[in-house]
Design a binder for this molecule. Structure first.
Ligand code: G3P
Length: 220
């Protein structure tokens, strides 16, 4: 399973890279707004800085702000032409589906975001999305089981050998990542602190402390 990091922060991307587990990056407008960028030029420059941190087969999803077809096409093309590692992130709305089809025909990769149902995932795949981003945590927040959605989309895609990749998003804790790996999704995209939380087990800490204590008792 691929580990994407859900951030626009260059330090966090570098941290995930130095941990040795980075396979790609996803951003969204809220994440971009947390960085020191205040206009389109700076945002584009920021995306290029992210791209420069990525290896050959890795990519970064950059989301359009527009919500109508014509503007989405213009904005998406601008993003795609910035760097070959950019995947255009498009919201799951009617014009978004049309835009995904347009980009598919142009061989520009897309990530259809804000997926909360299997029907939406099916439609995005039909239009030719390279990735879909179902939001697990936000579904859990409203008392739906986000992981069940991931299972259902995976089953449906397998029924028809659909090539669209599931990039499980809105990851809130380590169990989301573990369960996604059991389901067999292509990738999870998560904040760096959730990746770090995979490290934790009390028996590891107790065991390590004992190993070192035993060793130091005997060996000078
Ligand atoms: O980038 C999309 C998604 O991962 C957002 O997550 O935590 O804001 O629901 P969250």
């Amino acid at each position: 399973m691929k580990f994407f990091i859900d951030t626009a922060n260059l330090k966090e991307i570098d941290e995930a890279r130095s941990l040795g587990v980075l396979d790609g990056v996803t951003t969204n407008p809220s994440l971009i707004s947390k960085e020191s960028v205040s206009n389109k030029k700076e945002i584009h420059q920021h995306y290029i800085s992210i791209c420069k941190r990525l290896k050959n087969n890795e990519n970064v999803s950059a989301e359009v702000i527009s919500t109508n077809y014509t503007d989405m096409i213009q904005e998406g093309e601008e993003l795609a032409f910035l760097h070959p590692k950019i995947v255009v992130k498009i919201p799951m709305i009617k014009d978004g589906i049309k835009a995904i089809k347009y980009f598919y025909n142009k061989k520009i990769k897309t990530n259809c975001t804000l997926i909360f149902s299997t029907g939406q995932a099916l439609l995005a795949a039909k239009a030719g999305a390279s990735y879909v981003s179902p939001f697990i945590g936000r579904l859990d927040d409203v008392s739906y089981n986000g992981l069940n959605l991931i299972r259902e989309i995976k089953n449906v895609y397998e029924n028809y050998d659909i090539k669209t990749k599931i990039l499980a998003a809105s990851i809130r804790h380590s169990l989301h990542i573990i369960e996604c790996s059991k389901i067999g999704v292509y990738a999870v995209t998560s904040p760096i602190n959730v990746i770090y939380s995979l490290l934790n087990h009390p028996l590891t800490d107790i065991g390590l402390e004992k190993f070192i204590k035993d060793f130091n008792k005997k060996i000078k």
